[in-house]
Design a protein. Sequence first.
Length: 113
Amino acid sequence: QVQLVESGGGLVQPGGSLRLSCAASATFLSRSDIGWYRQAPGKLREWVATITSWGVTNYADSVKGRFTISRDKAKTAVYLQMNSLKPEDTAVYYCKMFQYDVWGQGTQVTVSS
């Protein structure tokens, strides 16, 4: 069974950085497009970024230029590097494996002084 495990969330001050990880078996991760989503309290879940199995990336306008999605060379993890964080980036962040329609459990990111 395919499982995704997110990690790397936490509390950071505005302007700070965090790197989120989404880990899974290379057998599945390497052949799947992976997306990051986030859900703030009282709001709908929104798409943040996607990386295809070929490495093509795409970003929501709200994070473009600040966030970077990437894969590790072993293809066992997908990362979301988040820089210049803002309070409005506060949310639970989830990764999704599109080909298998699987979600991770989420990791909390809080941006506050």
